[in-house]
Design a protein around this ligand. Structure first.
Ligand code: PEP
Ligand code: MN
Length: 341
């Protein structure tokens, strides 16, 4: 349920409504807006009696929220949310590009990629230190040493860092070293990890599970928000279908659905979304045209010798070209690479 206060309601009226909500054993979420304050309610199992609030001073209207997710829904929060990662704002008029290798392999590799992606206009450096691999015999990541390399690159190149946490132990370490915690497709419904991410004090990049509906993605985001962390960015990264010409099927219709249903920013990952290098730039352009808030692209200095996801990684020269094409398209949809706020 959402209680919309009238324009003249002050802090006293808002507090009285919050107290009434608390007296029912529920949790109030006051959300001050440009014109008026709205107060969301969570914690209720069934419906809450609207009349109880409608007669209170300063209350304009009581709205039943029909979506199963509350805190992340557009019904609860009308304006787009902006999530800050370092100085980079995700969800405004800027178009944010996160780029870097699938996995951190060495300090030299990260230094070279960071230098090149920054020159090309990327805002955030990505690189996995903890890798959730399909095979136990594949490279599992440099772990803590990888995080230290990323932190060194942030200092050297001034790019904030996003990197994946795969379990409770790695989440504590990632939250210590990185600017943004990535929860990957395989962990999208690891609810205890989501709760921990909600308490980690860092913005979270939540990737769609490979067989997850968008309602499930939003419910996963709700787990994080419900722990007090509203700074969640969603990522469409493709889902498993019968199609075998791609690794996954990139579902760009997720972008307008999420934008209609939620206030959270949404970015697109055309690398995992396609699994094929030659498809990454065209799908980056399509994602930009559809109106998403940014991209996550895998870039490796020598993709053919990459220890993880080489076939879908572009090299720095190909990334330069991708950025030129994307820059032209975002201008058409009223965005730019300027993401400072
Ligand atoms: C990744 O970003 O390298 C990754 C493992 O992504 P996903 O969780 O989308 O498969
Ligand atoms: Mn990868």
């Amino acid at each position: 349920m959402l209680i919309v206060m009238d324009m003249h309601a002050g802090p006293v009226e808002v507090e009285a409504v919050c107290n009434e909500i608390r007296s029912l054993g529920l949790v109030p979420h006051p959300m001050p807006g440009a014109q008026r304050t709205a107060i969301g309610i969570t914690g209720n199992k069934g419906s809450v009696e609207a009349a109880r609030f409608e007669s209170m001073r300063g209350v304009m209207r009581v709205i039943h929220v029909t979506a199963p997710y509350k805190l992340v829904s557009r019904e609860f929060h009308e304006d787009n949310s902006i999530v800050k990662v370092g100085d980079v704002a995700i969800g405004g008029t800027g178009f944010v590009v996160m780029a870097g290798p699938c996995a951190v392999e060495s300090a030299e590799q990260i230094d070279e990629v960071a230098h090149r992606v920054k020159l090309a206009g990327a805002h955030i450096l990505r690189g996995g230190a903890f890798k959730p691999r399909t095979s136990p015999y594949s490279f599992q990541g440099m772990e803590l040493a990888g995080l230290k390399i990323l932190a060194g690159a942030r200092k050297e190149h001034g790019l904030p860092i996003v990197t994946e946490a795969i379990d409770h132990e790695s989440l504590d370490q990632v939250a210590e070293y990185a600017d943004m915690v990535q929860i990957g497709a395989r962990n999208m419904q690891n609810f205890s990890l989501l709760k921990l991410a909600g308490r980690c004090g860092r913005p979270v990049l939540l990737k769609r599970g490979m067989a997850a509906t968008l309602d499930e993605l939003l419910m996963a985001a709700e787990y994080i928000a419900n722990e007090g962390n509203p700074n969640v960015v969603l990522c469409e990264r493709g889902v498993r279908t019968f199609a075998d010409h791609t690794r996954n099927t990139l579902d760009l219709s997720a972008v307008p659905f999420i934008q209609r249903t939620s206030h959270l920013p949404i970015i697109v990952d055309p690398s995992h979304g396609t699994g094929k290098r030659h498809k990454v730039a065209p799908l980056s352009c399509a994602a930009a045209a559809v109106g998403c808030d940014g991209l996550m692209v895998e870039v490796h200095p020598h993709p053919d010798s990459a220890l993880s996801d080489g076939p879908q990684s572009v090299d720095p020269g190909q990334f330069d070209d991708l950025m030129k094409r994307v820059t032209a398209i975002i201008a058409v949809v009223g965005r730019s690479l300027n993401c400072s706020q």
